[in-house]
Design a protein around this ligand. Structure first.
Ligand SMILES: Nc1nc2c(c(=O)[nH]1)N[C@H]1C(S)=C(S)[C@@H](COP(=O)(O)O)O[C@H]1N2
Ligand SMILES: [Mo]
Length: 530
C-alpha cells in the first residue's frame, strides 16, 4: 500500500486523467479530431442525454452549449480520475483497471461514431497508456511520496558513529521534500499535457478543408435568383437584415467538431427503394444546371422571439431532378438525408417532388457553403424546419418509408413531420428599452415559408390590432420585414405581433413549447416610454 496522502492521491488521479486526455490529442491529429476521447465521449453524451436536459443546456448556454458540454465532460473525467487516485493508493491494480475502463470508454465512443475505423481507437489507447503510467509513477514509482527523504550528510555521519542525532527524525512521506517532488511532477505533467492537448487540438483543426473550399469555383446559375425587390430591406438598425450574412447565420447541429469533408473524395449516393440508384461526385454535381433561390431556414428549437432563423441565397441542384432519375418505388414516402457524421433527417418524398425549390446546395450568398454550414453539399427545403430537411455535410439520400425508419430527432421526442409554423418577431424596439415619447417605428420579421405572409398586425397594451406595412419579399419561401408607426405615450407598454399566412390562417396566441414540432404564441415586448 502506498503512503500517498488522500489529497495527493486524488490529485495524482486528476493528473493521470489530464495526461490521458492531453496525450490523446496529438494522436488525433493523425486519426481526425472526432477520435479524440474528449470529443468522442462528448459526442456520445450529445446523442444519449435525454431531450429535456439538452433543451435546458441550450437555454442556459445558448450557442456555447458545445463548449459547456466539453468542459462538463472534462470535469466529469477529472472527478473520475480523482476517485481512481484514491482507489490506487489502496490497491494500484484497482486504479489501473479504472484507467483501462476509462480508455475502453474512449475507444468505444470513438469507434461508435459514423465512418470510424480501427485507427480511431489509437488516441484513447495512447492516452490510456500514458495515464496509467502517470498513476503508477505517483503511487508506486519515482514520483511517489513513500520514499523517505535521505537524512542530511552530517546527520548521516553522526548516525554511522553510533551517536543519536539530536533533533533529526526520519522524514515522513509528506514532508517538504516529498511535497516538492510531488508538486513538481504534477505541475510538469499537467503543463506538458496541456501543451500537447491544446497544440494537438489546434493542429488537428488546421488540417481542415478550408484550402479545398477556397479552391472551389462555383458555376454561374442556369436559373439565377430573382432580383431583390426594391425596399425588401428597410435597413433599420436592430432589424434583422433581409439577407443574413453568412458570418451571422445561426448554426445548429450535433457535431462537436465541424466535419471536414474533402470535395475531391465526396460522393453522394441516392439509393434504397429506387429503381435506378445513382452515385455522384462533386464535379458531377457542379456540371448540372444550377438554380439559385432565396430561402429562409428556421430551426424547430427557435423560441417565440428567438433568432434561430436566417435567410440566404442558395445555389444548388434541384433535388426533384435527381429523385426523378433515381425513380423511387411506390411507398417510398421518406427520403433520409444522411451526413458524414451519421446524423439523419427524414423528408417527405412528396414534398421534395412537389415542385418547390428543394436544393442540394453548394453555394450560400455567393460563396461555397461555409464549412460550418455543410460544405461541400447540404439540403435546403423551403417550408420545413431544418431538423427534417436541411442535412449538412450530406453524403446519402436513402429512399425508405416513415414506417420503416426514424431519423435522428424522432426517437428523441420530436415529430417526424416538421412544416414551419407561421411566426412573427418584434426586432425594434428591444425588450425593456426606453424609447422617447412620440413617433416610434416598431419593426420586425414574419415568416410562413412556402405559404407566404399575407398580413402582420401589432397591438399595444392588448388594444385593437393594427395592420403593419409589409416590405416586399422575393417569394413565399422567405421571411418578410414589417413596420408600424406607433405614437408612443409615456409609461410602460406592451407590444404584441401576430402574422396571418397566405392561406388566411392567423398564428395562434396559444403558447406551445418548441418540442415536438415548433413553438407557438405571440411575441410580446415590454418597453418604458420616457
Ligand atoms: N449533419 C447535420 N445536419 C444538420 C443538423 C445536424 O445536427 N447535423 N442540424 C439540422 C438543424 S436542427 C438545423 S436547424 C439546420 C441548421 O442549419 P445551419 O446550421 O446552417 O443554420 O441544420 C440541420 N442540418
Ligand atoms: Mo434545428
Amino acid at each position: 500500500m502506498s503512503t500517498l496522502s488522500r489529497r495527493r492521491a486524488a490529485l495524482a488521479g486528476v493528473v493521470a486523467a489530464v495526461v490521458a486526455l492531453g496525450a490523446a490529442e496529438p494522436v488525433a491529429v493523425l486519426t481526425g479530431p472526432r477520435s479524440a476521447p474528449l470529443v468522442a465521449v462528448g459526442g456520445l453524451v450529445v446523442d444519449l442525454v435525454p431531450e429535456p436536459l439538452k433543451q435546458f443546456a441550450i437555454s442556459v448556454f445558448g450557442t456555447y452549449d458545445k463548449i459547456a458540454l466539453l468542459i462538463g465532460t472534462a470535469l466529469l473525467l477529472a472527478a473520475f480520475g480523482a476517485l481512481l487516485g484514491l482507489a490506487a493508493v489502496r490497491r494500484l491494480a484497482i486504479g489501473l483497471a479504472g484507467i483501462a475502463a476509462f480508455a475502453a470508454l474512449g475507444v468505444a465512443a470513438a469507434l461508435s461514431r459514423a465512418g470510424a475505423d480501427a485507427f480511431d481507437a489509437l488516441p484513447a489507447l495512447v492516452g490510456g497508456g500514458l495515464g496509467a503510467l502517470t498513476l503508477w509513477a505517483f503511487v508506486a514509482g519515482p514520483l511517489g511520496a513513500d520514499l523517505p527523504s535521505a537524512p542530511p550528510p552530517a546527520v548521516a555521519a553522526l548516525a554511522r558513529e553510533g551517536e543519536t542525532p539530536g533533533g533529526w527524525e526520519p522524514a515522513r512521506p509528506d514532508d517538504a521534500e516529498s511535497r516538492r517532488r510531488f508538486l513538481r511532477g504534477a505541475g510538469l505533467l499537467t503543463g506538458a499535457a496541456a501543451v500537447a492537448g491544446l497544440g494537438g487540438h489546434w493542429l488537428a483543426g488546421r488540417r481542415g478543408v478550408s484550402t479545398a473550399r477556397d479552391a472551389v469555383t462555383l458555376p454561374a446559375p442556369a436559373v439565377p435568383a430573382p432580383p431583390l425587390p426594391a425596399g425588401a430591406d428597410l435597413s433599420l438598425s436592430r432589424l434583422a437584415p433581409y439577407v443574413t450574412p453568412n458570418r451571422e447565420f445561426y448554426r445548429i447541429d450535433t457535431a462537436l467538431v465541424v466535419p471536414q469533408v474533402d470535395p475531391v473524395t465526396w460522393r453522394l449516393r441516392i439509393h434504397g427503394r429506387v429503381r435506378n440508384p445513382i452515385e455522384l461526385s462533386f464535379d458531377d454535381l457542379l456540371a448540372r444546371p444550377m438554380v439559385e433561390r432565396y430561402v429562409t431556414l428556421a430551426c424547430v428549437s427557435n423560441e417565440v422571439g428567438g433568432d434561430l432563423i436566417g435567410n440566404a441565397r442558395w445555389l444548388g441542384v434541384p433535388i426533384k431532378e435527381l429523385l426523378d432519375e433515381a425513380d423511387p418505388e411506390d411507398g417510398a414516402d421518406q427520403v433520409v438525408g444522411r451526413a458524414v457524421d451519421g446524423w439523419t433527417c427524414g423528408t417527405p418524398t412528396s414534398v421534395l417532388r412537389d415542385g418547390r425549390d428543394a436544393l442540394l446546395a453548394v453555394g450560400m450568398n455567393g460563396e461555397p457553403l461555409p464549412i460550418r454550414h455543410g460544405f461541400p453539399v447540404r439540403m435546403v427545403v423551403p417550408g420545413l424546419y431544418g431538423y427534417v430537411s436541411a442535412c449538412k455535410w450530406l453524403t446519402e439520400l436513402e429512399l425508405t418509408s416513415f414506417a420503416d425508419f426514424d431519423a435522428y430527432w424522432v426517437p428523441r421526442g420530436w415529430s417526424a413531420q416538421g412544416p414551419i409554423k407561421t411566426q412573427s418577431r418584434i426586432d425594434t424596439p428591444r425588450p425593456r428599452s426606453r424609447p422617447a415619447a412620440g413617433p416610434v417605428t416598431v419593426a420586425g420579421v414574419a415568416w410562413a415559408q412556402h405559404r407566404g405572409v399575407r398580413r402582420v398586425e401589432v397591438r399595444v397594451d392588448g388594444g385593437p390590432w393594427q395592420e403593419a406595412t409589409l416590405a416586399p419579399a422575393v417569394s413565399a419561401d422567405t421571411w418578410v420585414q414589417w413596420s408600424w408607426r406607433w405614437d408612443a405615450t409615456p409609461g410602460e407598454h406592451t407590444l404584441q405581433v401576430r402574422a396571418t399566412d397566405a392561406t388566411g390562417e392567423t398564428q395562434t396566441e396559444q403558447r406551445a413549447p418548441v418540442a415536438p414540432d415548433g413553438a407557438t404564441g405571440w411575441h410580446t415586448v415590454r418597453v418604458t416610454v420616457t
